[in-house]
Design a protein around this ligand. Structure first.
Ligand code: COA
Length: 402
């Protein structure tokens, strides 16, 4: 046996990047990752409640090479409670990033990494395989940002990877759901894009670009309740989302919310026009991600660092529907992802989801988008799958979502 397992140390960072690129090059939405990206997104990542612990990032090394890795961590109890109001207490461990280079497989490396990771999590009441990007490192848990690879929501296992599924099943973990990536080409000319933007009701004074430019709100406006940088997260939109409207029903915790410069709470112009969809008003928001079911004037608790656009529907001052989309800029090809598509249950069935999606796609197109993808959990949200298909999206990949 020429390999051994070491916890991460900074001296291994370049070798970790080499391993990363070798391990994930074939994955959907892979982008080449250098040491700096790993440093920023993992090693130096801090949130209000979580910070990187090198003892949980375990590397299988063979000489100077990293040949496998796994990342284990403990989800703070506050986050577990926010994700699951019925959470009884105690800690919850997560495992992510498990991969062994093909040339080193079936030699016991993966099993040894798994055992070491589980030893780090001894005492946790529950351990889950984080395929949904619930941890702060691999998905876009604090708002739209290109995940390292995989889906627009996070990093997951390709459904066809039976070997890894079997490996995890032998260790007591089964996929929670089947995920499906839908994709649509946004190959419309400027005039068609303009028509699409007109096809959904626009508030009379709604800015079509960044809300900062047109909302008249001060960038320094005081943030509303729930918007403090260190606030314990509420489970957001997905908790109240019902059938047919959400892309992934994957709960995201906003634990990592960082309140950025220029985030304004009230980006919806007061002149928004009611329309046929049950009296909801529409607007575009870019400074923050509104929270479904909360008064729009409160702002959202996400202040994503990456540009995104959210088409929102507001009823009685409360955000009742939302479709956020963002450019997956690291892929460098005008490729966008729908990050959320949610409509409050009471507002469903009136075409809001369809209109919000159309608005978000039109805006993505106007901003140079050439293609857009979205993640759905079709068994849990058949309506969402139908909505995407009706909007011209085609299924392009399937995932075992743990
Ligand atoms: C799942 C994965 C990590 C397993 O890695 P591995 O190093 O092959 O794992 P192991 O060798 O420890 O175990 C695999 C199987 O090989 C066999 N095996 C283990 N040691 C062996 C040996 N010395 N000789 C022959 N067979 C052996 C065993 O059947 C073992 O199964 P079991 O321990 O579950 O009974 C690997 O297949 C992988 O990297 N898959 C891709 C994961 C991925 O895409 N991740 C990205 C999303 S996070």
């Amino acid at each position: 046996m020429s390999w051994r397992i070491d916890p991460y140390s900074d001296a291994r960072l370049p070798a970790l990047a080499v391993w990363w690129n070798e391990a994930f090059r074939g994955m959907r939405n892979y982008w080449p990752v250098g040491p700096e990206a790993l440093r920023t997104r993992i090693i130096e990542r801090r949130t209000a409640v979580e910070s990187f612990d090198p003892s949980g990032l375990l590397l299988a090394v063979d000489g100077d090479r990293v040949v496998g890795a796994i990342h284990a961590g403990i989800q703070p109890e506050s986050v577990s409670r926010a994700l699951d109001p019925a959470w009884e207490g105690g800690t919850r461990g997560w495992v992510a990033l498990l991969c062994v280079l093909p040339g080193w497989r079936r030699r016991g490396v993966g099993g040894a990494l798994w055992d070491r990771a589980r030893a780090c999590l001894a005492g946790c009441r529950e351990v889950f395989v984080d395929g949904q990007g619930l941890g702060p490192y691999y998905g876009n848990s604090d708002g739209p940002a290109t995940p390292f690879f995989g889906t627009p929501e996070g990093l997951s296992l390709p459904a066809e990877d039976g070997v890894t599924r079997a490996f995890l099943e032998r260790r007591g973990h089964r996929p929670q759901a089947l995920g499906r990536t839908y994709e649509k080409l946004l190959c419309v000319g400027p005039s068609e894009a303009a028509r699409a933007r007109e096809s959904t009701p626009l508030p009379a004074a709604a800015p079509t670009g960044d809300t900062d430019a047109g909302s008249g709100m001060s960038p320094n406006a005081t943030l509303g309740k729930g918007a403090e940088p260190g606030a314990v997260p509420r489970v957001s939109a997905n908790a109240t989302v019902g059938k047919g409207a959400e892309p992934g029903a994957v709960p995201r915790v906003s634990a990592n919310a960082t309140v950025g410069k220029g985030a304004e709470p009230g980006a919806v112009p007061g002149s928004a026009r009611p329309n046929a969809a049950g009296g909801a008003e529409f607007a575009l928001v870019t400074g923050f991600l509104p929270e479904l079911g909360r008064p729009i004037a409160e702002g959202g608790i996400f202040r994503p660092a990456h540009p995104f656009v959210a088409a929102i529907a507001v009823g009685d001052g409360v955000t009742v529907g939302l479709a956020a989309a963002y450019e997956m800029t690291e892929l460098g090809r005008g490729h966008w992802g729908v990050y959320q598509l949610v409509v409050e249950e009471a507002w469903q069935g009136q075409g809001l989801g369809r209109m919000l999606l159309a608005r978000a796609l039109a805006e993505a197109t106007a901003r140079g988008g050439r293609s857009c993808e979205a993640l759905t959990l079709p068994e849990r949200s058949p309506g969402a799958a139908r909505l995407y298909e009706a909007a011209g999206f085609a299924a392009v990949a399937e995932w075992a979502v743990y």
